[in-house]
Design a protein around this ligand. Structure first.
Ligand SMILES: Cc1ncc(COP(=O)(O)O)c(C=O)c1O
Length: 473
C-alpha cells in the first residue's frame, strides 16, 4: 500500500517535512535504540507513491538512448542486444543471495560456474588457463600486461617496452603505461594493416610484448598475423590479444591458434552481457600454459571432485578485484555461451561480419569506405561527400532515433592516417535485415538533408532537451 494519500501531488511530496514524521516518531519510540542515536527533529525526507517513482524512473530511462529503444551502431563499442533470458539466470536466488564476504567454502555454486566458464573462455580463445576476475576489457588488459611483466621479471629479463599499433584502442597504450611499460607506436601500412617492416625494426631486445586487436579497430583482419607472431616470438617477446573484436571471429579462428600468448575478452562485446557504461563488467584474462602461474587470483580448479579457488599460487600477480569478480555479469556470459553453443557462436560472428559488409555496401554511395575492401564486424566510412561533416551527420541521426556512430578525424577519436571526417559503424549481429534497411533509409534521408538544407543538419540534434554539452562541438 502507498504511504501517501492519493491526493498528494509529487510536488507536495518534496516539501520538507511532508509525511516523514511517522518514521521519526517510530524511531523515538523504539526502546532498543540509545537516545543519542534518535533523530528528534522532523527530517523532511520526501515520501512518494510507487506509481510516481515508476513514472519518474521510466521517464529517466527514456531520456537516454539504449539498444533496447533503437539501433546503436557505435563502432568499437559493440552495443548489441542482451538476451533477457540471461538476466533471469543472473537473478537465480542461489546466486543473488550469495554474499561476497561469505566463507569461500560456502560458495560452491559460484566456483562451479567459474570452473565451467574458465574452460569455455579458454576453449573459445585457444588458451590453456583463465582468470575471470578483471572488471572490464581495459582491466583485463592491465591484468594481462602485469602477467607479462611478472613473466620477464621471473626470467630476470629487462624488457620495459610494449609495442602498440597506431590503430589501437586508447586503452592499450594506457594499460601499458599503467603496468609500468614504455609504449612505442607501430605505424599502419597503406592497407590499414600493421606495417610489418616497421614492426620488425622496432622489435628490439627490450620489447616485452606487442599488443594487437584482430580484426583491428579499423574492422580489418591482420592477414599477416602468422608472420607477425613469428617475428614477435623470434625476438623473445610475447603477443598480446585485445579480445574486444573477438565477436568477428568466434568459432572461426582462435587467438591461441594465431600465435597469441595472452588474451583478454570484453564479455560485453563478445558474450552479450550489458555494457553498463564501462562497468561493472568483466574482462577475463586467458594465457598459454607457460604463463598460467602468474594469472591473478582467483583461478578455480577441481580438487577432490570439488570446484574451488586454487589456494597454492605463489607466483600469481595477486588480486585485480575485490572479492571474486562480477558474478552476475559472468553468469550472463555463461548463459550466452551455453545457449549459443559452438555453432551458434560461429553464426553470431558470421552475421556480425555479414551485417557490417551489408551496411558498408549500401552506404557506400553516400559514405564511401576508407579502405575499399571487405570488412569484418565494423567499417570505417568517409564523410568526404558531405557538405557538413561526419560529426554533424551523426548528430542528425539522433533525431531519427539512431545512436551516432563513433566519430573519427579532427577533434574526434584518433585514427591513423589523415582522416578529416569519418565514422566507424558496427551494426552487430543482433540487428535484423529489416533494421539494417531502416538504418540505410535514415542515412539516405540525412544525406539528402545534408545536400539540400545544410543549416538544418548543422543545428542537429533538434529533438533532445540538451543538444550539446560542449557548445563548440
Ligand atoms: C579495441 C578495444 N580495446 C579495448 C577496449 C576497452 O574495453 P572496456 O570498455 O571493456 O574497458 C575497447 C572498448 O571499446 C575496444 O574497442
Amino acid at each position: 500500500m502507498s504511504a501517501t494519500s492519493p491526493s498528494q501531488s509529487i510536488v507536495d511530496l518534496h516539501r520538507p517535512g511532508a509525511a516523514s514524521d511517522v518514521f521519526v516518531g517510530k524511531a523515538l519510540a523504539s526502546p532498543s535504540l540509545p537516545s543519542f542515536a534518535c533523530q528528534r527533529a522532523v527530517i523532511g525526507l520526501p515520501e512518494v507513491s510507487e506509481v510516481d517513482v515508476v513514472r519518474h524512473f521510466t521517464c529517466l530511462s527514456q531520456e537516454s538512448h539504449g539498444v533496447d529503444n533503437g539501433p546503436y551502431p557505435l563502432g568499437s563499442c559493440t552495443m548489441k542486444y542482451n538476451p533477457k533470458r540471461n538476466d533471469e539466470l543472473a537473478r537465480l536466488p542461489g546466486f543473488l543471495s550469495a554474499h561476497p564476504m561469505q566463507d569461500v567454502d560456502t560458495l560452491r555454486g559460484v566456483w562451479e560456474l567459474y570452473e565451467r566458464l574458465q574452460a569455455l573462455v579458454s576453449e573459445v580463445t585457444g588458451m590453456d588457463a583463465c582468470c575471470l576476475a578483471p572488471a572490464a576489457g581495459a582491466h583485463g588488459e592491465l591484468a594481462g600486461l602485469l602477467v607479462i611483466r611478472k613473466h620477464f621479471a621471473q626470467l630476470g629479463a629487462n624488457r620495459p617496452v610494449v609495442l602498440v599499433p597506431d590503430s589501437a584502442h586508447g586503452t592499450n597504450p594506457a594499460s601499458a603505461a599503467m603496468a609500468g611499460f614504455d609504449c612505442r607506436i607501430v605505424p599502419s601500412d597503406l592497407r590499414g594493416r600493421v606495417d610489418i617492416v616497421s614492426l620488425r625494426e622496432m622489435l628490439t631486445p627490450d620489447v616485452a610484448a606487442f599488443m594487437l586487436t584482430n580484426p583491428s579497430t579499423l574492422g580489418l583482419f591482420e592477414d599477416q598475423i602468422v608472420e607477425i607472431a613469428d617475428a614477435v616470438h623470434a625476438n623473445g617477446s610475447l603477443l598480446y590479444y585485445d579480445g574486444a573484436n573477438l565477436n568477428a571471429l568466434m568459432g572461426i579462428v582462435r587467438p591461441g591458434d594465431m600465435g597469441f600468448d595472452v588474451v583478454h575478452v570484453n564479455v560485453h562485446k563478445t558474450f552479450s552481457t550489458p555494457h553498463g557504461g564501462g562497468g561493472p563488467g568483466a574482462g577475463p584474462v586467458a594465457v598459454k600454459a607457460a604463463l598460467a602461474a602468474y594469472l591473478p587470483n582467483p583461478v578455480v580448479i577441481r580438487k577432490d571432485g570439488i570446484a574451488q579457488p586454487d589456494g597454492d599460487r605463489p607466483l600469481s600477480i595477486g588480486r585485480m578485484k575485490s572479492f571474486h569478480g562480477h558474478v552476475g555479469v559472468l553468469l550472463r556470459a555463461y548463459g550466452y555461451l551455453r545457449t549459443m553453443g559452438a555453432r551458434g557462436l560461429r553464426e553470431a560472428s558470421e552475421n556480425a561480419v555479414l551485417n557490417a559488409n551489408y551496411l558498408q555496401h549500401r552506404l557506400a554511395p553516400m559514405l564511401p569506405p576508407v579502405y575499399r575492401q571487405f570488412c569484418k564486424h565494423e567499417t570505417l566510412l568517409s564523410g568526404e561527400k558531405l557538405n557538413t561533416s561526419a560529426r554533424q551527420f551523426a548528430k542528425r541521426l539522433i533525431d531519427y532515433g539512431i545512436h551516432p556512430p563513433t566519430l573519427v578525424g579532427a577533434g574526434c577519436v584518433y585514427f591513423p592516417g589523415d582522416l578529416k571526417s569519418a565514422m566507424l559503424i558496427e551494426p552487430t549481429e543482433t540487428e535484423t535485415k529489416a533494421s539494417l534497411d531502416y538504418q540505410v533509409e535514415i542515412f539516405e534521408r540525412v544525406f539528402n538533408e545534408d545536400a539540400t538544407d545544410e543549416a538544418l543538419v548543422g543545428r542537429a540534434p533538434l529533438s533532445r532537451k540538451i543538444a550539446r554539452l560542449d557548445l563548440k562541438n
